[in-house]
Design a binder for this molecule. Structure first.
Ligand code: G6P
Length: 367
């Protein structure tokens, strides 16, 4: 097993480090010569252009990819985008029409609720596109179209590289939708395509500074509660960051849309409570920062995740992790890396089984 871990102590850390390669392999499969190429998925531009609504259905971290994708796709296109937990979608009598494309996201391709949601959609005569990691899995076999993530086998229960490659697929589908629907200028699309290929090396650069996060994680390893706050895409990042924290460290953590703090969560803030603010969306940073100040004045200890150059944070936030700048639609890919590392290091500091957290399974094949 030590050999399989490739010199890392745990599969989760190995897989965190495999992200640059996984991203690159996925990008190179669907972007060729600077152009989006979905020939291996098999969906034609004409067909894609005729949809008016996208429903994304998934569980766990794959659902969090859907939340991020909703922000990206709705910003780039005129499409209406809904995101549902598969376990809710399948029982809530969803209204689907032929102009809807249902996108199922699943690493394993075997999650019972996601598979049931796919079958329900097909029974209604509505087309399905699956984003799947495991080749030949049930969801991959039964979907009308499959876009594979090229993450390679993922062993750690807490997903990292599969999540990151799913995001890449959703970015590419969002840009493609904007392109075939004539909603993006060629120069803007070219710029995004140039930015997306830079993501793997930017992820690699964040990983070179991981000891700093380890130091901070050790300080907070005995925390009882952690709150993640952000707005827009930063809120989507918070939801995945919070899930990583709770699943491997067993620390109670919650993600809140920063603007919702005043509607309840702020009453939970005590002296020393760790609040992690994600600040990658420049048009929303000021608002989130003012929410961070509100919790700080009630005793919270603040960590921020922000883009390089946001040095103004130094005066207000106790500990800041900077990530490289990118297109604002792609920041999830970079800002999630420190949060994956936080979950990992807190778990290790607490002496827990980081690769196999209690009560969790890699693939939930029964309801
Ligand atoms: C489990 C895993 C998660 C995963 C979720 C959905 O809960 O522990 O990491 O996000 O299932 O799995 P899927 O294979 O459908 O992506």
């Amino acid at each position: 097993e030590a050999a399989e871990k490739g010199g890392f102590e745990h599969f989760m850390m190995k897989e965190i480090h495999e992200q640059p390669k996984a991203l690159k392999d996925t990008i190179n499969t669907y972007i060729k010569d600077g152009k989006i190429d979905l020939s291996s998925v098999g969906i034609s531009p004409e067909e894609f252009a005729q949809y008016h609504r996208i429903c994304i259905v998934a569980c766990g971290s794959a659902y969090h990819v859907g939340i991020a994708a909703k922000y990206v796709m709705e910003d780039l296109t005129g499409l209406m985008v809904d995101v549902d937990f598969a376990s809710e979608f399948r029982y809530r009598n969803p209204k689907l029409s032929k102009d809807t494309l249902v996108i199922i996201i699943s690493q394993s391709g075997e999650t019972a609720d996601s598979l049931a949601a796919l079958r329900l959609t097909k029974e209604m005569g509505v087309k399905t596109l699956a984003i799947v990691n495991v080749v030949g899995s049930s969801i991959a076999r039964e979907a009308d179209y499959v876009m594979y993530t090229l993450a390679g086998p993922e062993i750690a229960v807490a997903t990292t590289k599969a999540y990151s490659t799913q995001l890449i697929c959703m970015y590419i589908l969002s840009m493609y939708a904007a392109q075939v629907r004539g909603e993006i200028e060629e120069s803007a699309l070219d710029h995004m395509l140039q930015e997306i290929v830079l993501l793997p090396e930017k992820v690699a650069s964040i990983l070179t500074d991981k000891e700093r996060i380890q130091w901070f994680a050790n300080k907070f390893a005995s925390a009882h509660d952690v709150f993640f706050i952000g707005r827009g895409l930063d809120y989507a990042i918070c939801q995945e960051g919070s899930l990583k924290m709770k699943e491997v460290s067993y620390i109670h953590s919650e993600a809140y849309a920063a603007g919702e703090l005043k509607h309840g969560t702020i009453s939970l803030i005590e002296d020393g409570t760790l609040v992690i603010g994600v600040l990658t969306q420049s048009h929303l940073c000021e608002k989130t920062l003012s929410n961070m100040q509100e919790v700080k004045s009630r005793g919270a200890y603040l960590m921020g995740v922000a883009e390089n150059g946001s040095y103004y944070l130094e005066d207000m936030v106790d500990f800041v992790v900077y990530v490289p700048k990118t297109d604002p639609h792609f920041t999830t890919t970079l800002a999630i890396i420190p949060l994956q590392l936080m979950g990992y290091y807190v778990s290790v500091a607490r002496g827990l089984d980081v690769d196999k957290p209690r009560n969790l399974a890699k693939s939930v094949t029964v309801e």
